[in-house]
Design a protein around this ligand. Structure first.
Ligand code: HEC
Length: 133
């Protein structure tokens, strides 16, 4: 009996440990898991200040995240790419929109991580928009 219990516990430990290892390499699927890098946000700041901050501040984006909650981040990103900056829609490179998005996530309080935020790989489809804290 004692031996059986011990081996069940050991197996559970192994299963949990394996799960943790698998998670570490997976792409993030929640804003709280760190969906952009610190470097991206740093690159995004000057682009944001030149192209976005005359019309929107951080509080504006908090309202936007509230409105878009539950929608894939990809939809919001595509909306921004096609409509912003309002005075010259689509004027930035995809990578500049990615960096601006990273900076917006940073100033609204979402954590940075090891994964670069990218449009082309489709990762944003798996990340729902959440209200900022
Ligand atoms: C010249 C002013 C101006 C600039 C510059 C500008 N915006 Fe906007 N933005 C607007 C206006 C006006 C709206 C509201 C449009 C509407 O009613 O959906 C808006 C809406 C938005 C929305 C909400 C979209 C939605 O459908 O909910 C986001 C997000 C956004 N802008 C991001 C950006 C970003 C990022 C930049 C810089 C790349 C930027 N904006 C630059 C004027 C601007």
């Amino acid at each position: 009996m004692k031996i059986a219990k011990f081996s069940t516990a050991t197996m559970m430990t192994l299963i949990l440990a394996t799960g943790a290892i698998a998670d570490a390499g997976a792409a993030p699927t929640a804003l709280g898991e760190g969906v952009y890098t610190a470097e991206q946000a740093a690159n995004g700041q000057p682009t944001f200040e030149t192209n976005c901050s005359t019309c929107h501040n951080a509080d504006f984006y908090k309202t936007v995240f509230q409105t878009w909650r539950g929608q894939p981040l990809q939809y919001l990103f595509e909306q921004i790419m096609s409509a912003m900056p309002a005075d010259k829609p689509g004027a930035l490179l995809d990578s500049e929109y990615e960096d601006v998005m990273a900076y917006v996530l940073q100033i609204t309080g979402f954590p940075e991580g090891d994964t670069r935020l990218q449009y082309a790989n489709g990762m944003m489809r798996e990340i729902p928009v959440e209200p900022a804290s």
